[in-house]
Design a protein around this ligand. Structure first.
Ligand code: FES
Length: 102
């Protein structure tokens, strides 16, 4: 059963362009996309670069090391589905972001 996990006030999150947030021992990255927020795993499955430091375009993030692309809504990887990352629902509550955590 999933639960909503508080990621803190939006004003305190460091979007560069993604904002890394640790939930338990797991890092995710929050992104702004067209006025909404998205969350995916922060660790690139190729060679572990932080996806929060990638380049955002057209609803995707391109990893800064080797430019693999990940859809910020679904986590789908352009190289192949075996490389997909997890995507998480995000909601805004009173100026804070919450992630639906499985
Ligand atoms: S580490 Fe991300 S594409 Fe290589």
């Amino acid at each position: 059963m999933s639960r909503w996990v508080d990621c803190g006030p939006i004003a305190d999150l460091k979007f560069t362009p993604g904002a890394p947030v640790k939930i338990g021992d797991h890092w995710i990255a929050l992104f702004r996309v067209d006025g909404n927020y998205r969350a995916i795993d922060n660790r690139c499955p190729h060679a572990s670069a932080p996806l929060c430091d990638g380049t955002v375009f057209e609803g995707k993030v391109a990893c800064y090391l080797h430019c693999w692309e990940f859809d910020l809504t679904t986590g789908a990887c352009d190289v192949g589905p075996q490389w997909n990352v997890k995507a998480y629902a995000v909601r805004e509550v009173d100026g804070r972001l919450e992630v639906e955590w499985p």
